[in-house]
Design a protein around this ligand. Structure first.
Ligand SMILES: Cc1cc2nc3c(=O)[nH]c(=O)nc-3n(C[C@H](O)[C@H](O)[C@H](O)COP(=O)(O)OP(=O)(O)OC[C@H]3O[C@@H](n4cnc5c(N)ncnc54)[C@H](O)[C@@H]3O)c2cc1C
Length: 458
């Protein structure tokens, strides 16, 4: 009987499954380390949640006034700024970017490093040889194919490869419930000056003449709450549309506002269930129709505005998390635990967008834990990227080994960049003959030196 897939005769040193926030950076870092790299991506561009789910900005991850993520994430910011697709706001936050620009930057950096990408291709199955992955079966317009490599990086966000390889994983909170998904969109053709004057008059002070940031969450004392109440009473919005509403400007796109909403219906929170994911897209579009009507009718300066972009990907905050050689906990965060195998530092708080309403931030908890000092941070260890039961696989990004609460803190984009950079270098080293395709044999002290040599902060 012939095999149901065609084997690609080429083989790579490193294959990255998923060219998203962590995966694109991992591919660039591995290629710069000298590995033959292939990034396999389901969408038609790199960047994942940061680009195709339109998640801007990079959340700040600062301790003692210094950004904790450096290295490749700094390079992305510099390239974005050079294109006019990155900006610093009046508060000194340099993490704003245009998602469309980031797609170009990531692709350029990967190609300059000699890496390859295969778009519109879904990884469907790893071929296992014991605890070792021999190849990935992928599906695209060419049918099923097997792609071989010495080492693999699972940067699908959902730990698709790891789960299919038999790596143990956790999903959701103690009840298996995930954070809310969101379908982000933009509003174009906005009279930003008029809207700014209105927001200032409402008490949502705008620091910069051309950079807006405004929000409303029920019960959080937003000055826009009255307007939302009126819109619900008028049948323009549903009650749930006020569970989370946030808008801001986008660099390089004057007159356009990007929205960190709508939240998807609470019962649709499992992104690994294809039916829920599909229904989330439909539910999100219906909510966008309501929010569009609200903005046009209730927000001055938006009367002539139109729908700019609906993100191609539903934004997923959490799905599967691997069980790795170390699982990061919220106690590690609060106690600012430092690990000998640190590959990334974090001071972003627990940030749970619960489907039960609101957003929970660790900063709002009373506490004298070391975490609350302004110059505090905790480490993310290399072992959190190393999945149990697999020898040639690394899992950077939001699926890294962590508890539900800890994941909600470390998942922000710059941490995904840093985890991706470390995974890329480690995978490239493990793929050499002396590395024996064993990610546990990587010299972590040498990895830390290499990260520092590339501008990293570990
Ligand atoms: C609504 C929302 C708002 C957020 N706000 C912020 C914010 O303001 N700032 C911030 O820093 N962070 C924010 N985050 C968190 C952050 O954006 C994500 O945690 C992070 O981008 C995840 O990166 P990742 O590399 O793990 O996954 P992703 O970036 O999602 O990458 C996964 C990639 O794998 C691809 N893929 C998936 N499965 C397969 C497969 N089987 N085969 C091939 N390819 C596959 C996907 O297409 C995607 O490109 C937000 C997240 C969401 C959802």
């Amino acid at each position: 009987m012939s095999l149901p897939y065609r084997s690609d005769l080429r083989a790579w040193d490193v294959i990255v499954a998923g060219g998203g926030t962590a995966g694109a950076v991992a591919g660039i870092a591995a290629a710069r380390t000298g590995a033959r790299v292939l990034v396999v991506e389901a969408q038609g561009s790199l960047g994942g949640t940061g680009t195709n789910a339109w998640v801007t900005p990079l959340m700040r991850n600062v301790s003692g006034g210094q950004n904790l993520n450096r290295g490749l994430t700094d390079e992305l910011k510099a390239r974005l700024a050079a294109r006019g697709d990155g900006a610093t706001d009046a508060g000194g936050n340099d993490n704003w970017f245009n998602p469309e620009g980031l797609k170009f930057v990531l692709e350029e950096l990967l190609q300059e490093a000699g890496g390859e990408v295969l778009y519109h291709t879904q990884v469907v199955q790893p071929l296992m040889e014991g605890g070792h992955i021999g190849a990935l079966i992928v599906h695209n317009k060419g049918g099923l194919q097997a792609l071989r490599a010495a080492v693999f990086i699972d940067a699908t966000g959902d730990a698709d490869v790891a789960a299919l390889a038999g790596v143990p994983f956790q999903a959701g909170d103690e009840d298996g419930v995930h954070q809310a998904m969101s379908l982000r969109f933009t509003l174009a053709g906005v009279d930003v000056g008029r809207l700014r004057d209105f927001l200032n008059a409402q008490g949502q002070w705008q620091d910069s003449p051309d950079f807006l940031h405004f929000w409303m969450v029920w019960g959080r004392k937003s000055s826009l709450e009255g307007l939302f109440r009126e819109a619900v009473a008028a049948g323009v919005l549903e009650e749930r549309d006020g569970d989370y509403f946030q808008g801001f400007s986008v660099p390089g796109r004057p007159g356009e506002l990007s929205f960190n909403c709508p939240r998807i219906r609470a019962d649709l929170n499992d992104a690994t269930d294809p039916w829920q994911l599909s229904a989330a897209q439909t539910d999100g579009r219906a909510a966008i129709t309501r929010l569009l009507a609200f903005c046009r009718r209730f927000l001055p300066g938006c009367g002539g505005a139109y729908l700019g972009v609906v993100a191609p990907m539903v934004g997923v905050r959490d799905s599967r998390r691997i069980v790795g050689d170390y699982t990061l906990t919220v106690t590690d965060l609060l106690d600012c635990v430092k690990f000998p195998d640190v590959i990334c530092r974090n001071h972003y708080p627990v940030d749970i967008h619960s489907v039960r309403g609101g957003a929970r931030l660790l900063h709002e908890r009373e506490g004298s834990a070391p975490y609350f000092a302004p110059d505090a941070w905790h480490d993310i260890p290399y072992r959190a990227l190393v999945p149990q039961g697999a020898s040639n696989l690394l899992v950077p990004g939001r699926a890294a080994s962590s508890t539900f609460e800890a994941q909600s803190a470390i998942r922000v984009q710059q941490n995904c960049h840093s985890m991706g950079e470390a995974a890329g270098i480690a995978a490239a080293w493990a793929a050499t003959p002396s590395g024996r395709s064993d990610v546990r044999a990587v010299d972590v002290a040498a990895l830390q030196d290499e990260l520092r040599r590339r501008g990293g902060n570990v």
